[in-house]
Design a protein around this ligand. Structure first.
Ligand code: 13P
Length: 341
């Protein structure tokens, strides 16, 4: 495969394919395993991720890349094959989560700043040797209008960190996924989500420009424009698509090859329907696809439950969601197709 940043980025958003976010930190994967009654040991985490990466149909037809956590990029399958090799053999690009998590931003209660820049140049060189050709860094922007969250300081600091991370990635031959996630947990309406995400993306592209980041060698991983979960309102896929596309047209340069959404707590089918509605409105200047964690993995986790005899059922559940989202990336998904599982 080509090692040019532009070519790697294009491969990550190839037609009908998207990214599997399997980079849950040790704390997050423990929460996911607790929910299905599985103890989070190193072996259980390996077995679970191995079953995903060995889902041949999903991986070869619908998955362009996999975001890994530090432990997983160093792990071997039960038969001794490095997990990275399983991903490469399926024709997908291995990637790595390199941020050190969102920490409270001093002086701004309720805001966070994502850490992890110290020593990043050396860690990226190590991850490149381990096979990573793209990386991910997630900034977290919460919305709480009563508490003046997010502050402008938090948006500025997080976008500055994203730009420094992106420049270091490109220096190392690694495509940066830049992820400024505006959370959908709050009680805000859809217009507020639009305004906060707009302020964030405008600042992000100003910082990427100032940092000499080559946009053709980046992928944006944003939230969709949706009302907060506690707002008591919901929005149709058509409304979400219209607002989200309007926002991107105002903020995301056409030099960016692709936009790969996070699912952020949407239900599996909502995440698929919303992505599909956006692509049905196309053509757009950028590819629009998925980089889902929960919306790809909730179904296989439930089907697996930590039992060997459920591996095939878990792979079938993962393959179904990957296929549905692959169709949504082309604007060809229909609700009836969900019943073919
Ligand atoms: P979700 O799709 O579960 O939001 O996870 C995607 C991700 O990688 C968040 O950083």
């Amino acid at each position: 495969m080509s090692e040019r940043l532009e070519d790697i980025a294009l491969a990550m958003v190839a037609d009908g394919k998207g990214i599997l976010a399997a980079d849950e930190s040790s704390g997050t994967i423990k929460k996911r395993f607790d929910a299905i009654g599985v103890t989070s040991t190193e072996e259980a985490r390996r077995d679970y991720r191995e079953l995903l990466f060995r889902s041949d149909e999903a991986m070869t037809k619908h998955i362009s890349g996999v975001i890994l956590y530090d432990e997983t990029i160093r792990q071997k399958a039960a038969d001794g094959t490095p997990l990275v090799d399983l991903i490469r053999k399926a024709g997908a690009v291995p990637g790595i989560n390199v941020d050190a998590g969102a920490k409270p931003l001093a002086g701004f209660p309720g805001d966070t700043i994502t850490e992890g820049l110290d020593g990043l140049r050396e860690r990226l060189a190590d991850y490149y040797k381990l096979g990573a050709r793209f990386a991910k860094w997630r900034a977290v922007i919460d919305i709480n209008e009563d508490e003046n969250v997010p502050s402008a300081t938090s948006i500025d600091a997080n976008c500055h960190a994203l730009a420094r991370y992106a420049a270091l990635c490109q220096e190392a031959g690694i495509v940066p996924i830049v992820e400024p996630e505006v959370l959908m947990d709050g009680s805000h309406d859809i217009e507020t989500c639009f305004e906060i995400t707009k302020a964030t993306l405008l600042q992000l592209y100003a910082e990427l420009y100032a940092a000499n980041v080559v946009l053709e060698g980046t992928i944006l991983k944003p939230n969709m424009v949706v009302p907060g979960k506690k707002s008591g309102t919901s929005a149709s896929p058509e409304e979400v698509a219209e607002m989200t596309i309007k926002l991107f047209r105002e903020t995301v340069p056409v030099a960016v090859p692709g936009i790969a959404f996070l699912s952020g707590g949407q239900s599996d089918e909502e995440a698929t329907a919303n992505l599909n509605a956006m692509n049905a409105m196309g053509p757009h200047p950028w590819k629009l696809t998925f980089s889902y964690g929960r919306a790809l993995q909730a179904a296989p986790q439930k089907a697996w439950g930590g039992k060997k005899e459920n591996v095939a059922a878990a792979q079938a559940a993962f393959t179904h969601r990957a296929r549905m989202n692959g169709l949504a990336a082309l604007g060809q998904w229909k609700p009836e197709l969900e019943k073919t599982a």
